[in-house]
Design a protein around this ligand. Sequence first.
Ligand code: AR6
Length: 180
Amino acid sequence: MTQRQFGNVTVETVQGDIANQPDLDAIVNAANAELRMGGGVAGAIHRAAGPGLEQECIPLGPIKPGQAVISGGHHLPNAHVIHCLGPVYGRDKPEEKLLASCYREALLLADQNGIVAIGFPAISTGIFGYPIEEAADVTLKTVAEVVPGLSNVRTVRFVLFSESDKAVFDRALMALPADL
Ligand code: AR6
């Protein structure tokens, strides 16, 4: 695990499965607009949560790129799931602003719901095609900017599927200035 402190908030990276993070209050889903099961992260989260998650989510959709909504965790070990629709790289523009909006909205929603520890996957970097290096820079810069203004969130964990994606996030995390 790699960690950095931004005010009262620890930002950390691990390699693993976002659907298997039992010590977090909330996990974030790289969702589709309709908030249906899907593949990748969404498939893993919906499989672990059970069909009640999709039943709760469908009436909350459709959502737009950059938007986030919150639901219960159902059979997940986490009390909440925050569903974000990332931009499709090359289609939903400006990608950078829309990706930043996902992280900002998810963190604000978490804070409003009293969530202390939250885990994110690398939104948009799978099926949606966002290059991992570019995504890591936008993501970590946004998180470091937003976390000093939060009252409840104390841990932000990035759960990366591969060692190589974790290495990219680690480099971007370490490259951030101490004060943003
Ligand atoms: N835990 C952590 N990271 C994962 C996991 C997992 N279990 N599975 C995949 N990743 P993606 P997107 C990584 O495709 O690009 C879905 O079908 C993966 O390697 O899940 O935002 C939805 O329904 C990649 O780095 O999300 C949407 O239609 C990252 O998580 C669409 O895909 C995101 O990959 C969303 O595409």
